[in-house]
Design a protein around this ligand. Structure first.
Ligand code: G4P
Length: 529
């Protein structure tokens, strides 16, 4: 296979959802189709099978070290698939957002009985910012579901995108009979008693001949289906691949990951519709994945994946060309030519050292502490620089104080290094020492990770005090007399470690009232300096 064929067969995407919508179950089914994991009685062994996929993340959790998004690569139908997992629950962190920077598209899993939930909303915002294609899998149709038209409307009004249902559900819960494929004009029949052990049966149907349908679905569901499809054909969006590719139209699929219903057709349709690695912007240049040399950017840094070595792994998304393990690459931010050490890839739960990789792939390389989030590495002849990755505003804040004041040096080193990895943001009161550090995180688990790591790796114990703030805004004014600002007691003026001023607020109301009292103040949600 030549370079172009290798790159064109790659599909790199993230799966996003609110916790419990079924992301793990769906991912696991994808891996089963790809043969990346083999599990007997996939459905019955749910608890065990779930364990199999996320094993090394669980181990990390027990060790209390940085819990971050995982990457899995597998082959299916001659596609080479890279799935970027975005963790849910309290493991939600800035990393979750950054992972989306490395994906070319996203699969959004929605629980049919719940519709859009808070975390889906947050993750969708980041996808929309990048205009990447979004494919919706409405899961758990074997349970009582919301009206599918209401779900479409929710997606359209909340997210401001068009929807194109590729298939349409026939009933839900106990009365779930399957889905009607609008393009292929067949029904994929669901048989709950089989619980996914057998492939769903495809039944060719004509909606103009209800007799056959009556026998299959009964009168009520048949009439409903005919009416629904008429309505969809008349009133819903036309399919337009270009709009899909620009994130303006989301193809929607209904199914049930747990019972393995509708998963393979979804995967097949998705792989056909979703783009191969996309060209990326590097300042004024657009870097073509096939016709350029090797280039990649760091989107995540993970510390101590191996307990025995204090190593860091820098995860890079290859954006163009081919990577060879012995090649020399140019690290733009350090202005140095170097070799990437121990390049590796994730195959389900295993890591393996690789010799080569292509645009679209994610590689992890050993990082002796030289990489930062957003760094570019490339063929020394290219010297391009990818646009930086935005800093997302934390939502949880704590005050962190070292117990033993004699360990100040280790404490400062520890919090600074952990902040460099991008897991936490750190601030301090203007012109004071670093005994007290204000820490901001996107997901609360990061506080525990910080405490554990400071103890394990830096031998520093801390006391944590929760703070009532929920919002951070950076002061953008170039010249401002900080002392003259009128800041009420329900807000806190701080400096980040680069010296930029910022304010923590406990409510949107406080932001507004401080803006009113200081009309010259310019605030930003993102740190651009
Ligand atoms: P997540 O990664 O998005 O957090 O979700 P996960 O796949 O872990 O699924 C959350 C729960 O929902 C799981 O139950 C899973 O079995 C169930 N689930 C996933 N897909 C479907 C589906 O299509 N239909 C039904 N009925 N359930 C589904 P669990 O954690 O094992 O808990 P329990 O329900 O067994 O107690």
């Amino acid at each position: 296979m030549n370079l172009e064929q290798e790159i064109n067969r790659r599909r790199t995407f993230a799966i996003i959802s609110h916790p419990d919508a079924g992301k793990t179950t769906l991912t696991e089914k994808f891996l089963l189709y790809g043969g990346a994991i083999q599990l007997a009685g996939a459905v019955k062994g749910k608890k065990n099978s779930k364990h199999a996929v996320s094993d090394w993340m669980e181990i990390e959790k027990q060790r209390g070290i940085s819990v971050t998004s995982s990457v899995m690569q597998f082959e299916y139908n001659n596609y080479c698939i890279n799935i970027l997992d975005t963790p849910g629950h309290q493991d939600f962190s800035e990393d979750t957002y950054r992972t989306l920077m490395a994906a070319d598209s996203a699969v959004m899993v929605i629980d049919a009985s719940r519709g859009i939930e808070p975390q889906t909303r947050k993750l969708f915002k980041v996808c929309a910012m990048r205009h990447i294609p979004i494919f919706t899998f409405i899961n758990k149709m074997d349970r009582e579901a919301k009206n599918p038209f209401d779900l479409m409307e929710e997606l359209e009004t909340e997210f401001g995108i068009g929807t194109y249902p590729v298939n349409w559900p026939i009933g839900s819960g106990n009365r779930f009979k399957g889905v009607y494929d609008r393009n292929k004009k067949h029904i994929l029949a669901f048989d709950n008693s089989e619980r996914g052990k057998r492939k769903a049966e495809k039944i060719e149907v004509s909606l103009d001949d209800p007799e056959q349908l009556y026998a299959l679905l009964g009168e009520e569901l048949t009439d409903q289906l005919i009416e629904d499809v008429e309505l969809l054909d008349g009133a819903s969006y036309e399919f337009d691949l270009d709009q899909v590719h620009h994130g303006q139209l989301t193809p929607v699929f209904f199914g049930s990951a747990l019972t393995n219903f509708g998963v393979e057709p979804f995967l097949q349709n998705f792989l056909e519709m979703t783009p191969s690695p996309l060209a990326r912007k590097a300042q004024d240049e657009i870097v073509d994945p096939v016709n350029s040399g090797f280039s990649a950017f760091v989107f995540k840094i993970q510390a101590n994946m191996n307990k025995n070595h204090r190593d860091r792994i820098a995860f890079m998304r290859i954006c163009s060309g081919k990577f060879d393990k012995d090649m020399s690459v140019y690290h733009v931010q350090r202005n140095k030519t170097m070799k990437l050490s121990q390049p590796q890839q994730m195959m389900a739960q295993e890591r393996e050292v690789i010799d080569e990789a292509y645009a679209g792939d994610i590689i992890g390389v050993f990082d002796p502490g030289i990489f930062s989030i957003g760094d570019t590495v490339c063929d020394p002849k290219m010297k391009i620089k990818y646009d930086s990755i935005p800093t997302f505003a934390p939502e949880h804040f704590e005050l962190v104080i070292q117990k033993d004041t004699l360990k100040r040096k280790q404490f400062v080193k520890g919090v600074t290094q952990i902040a460099q990895e991008g897991a936490i943001q750190i601030y301090q009161e203007p012109s004071t020492g670093v005994e007290k550090v204000y820490v901001g995180v996107v997901g609360v688990l990061q506080f525990e990770v910080l405490e554990h790591r400071l103890k394990q790796e830096y031998n520093v114990e801390i006391v944590r005090e929760p703070l009532p703030y929920q919002y951070v805004r950076w002061i953008q004014n170039e010249e401002i007399d900080i002392k003259s600002l009128k800041i009420s007691l329900d807000a806190k003026l701080l400096q980040d470690f680069r010296g930029n001023y910022l304010i923590l607020f406990n409510s949107m109301y406080t932001i507004k009232s401080i803006m009113d009292r200081n009309p010259e103040l310019i605030l930003s949600e993102v740190n651009t300096k």
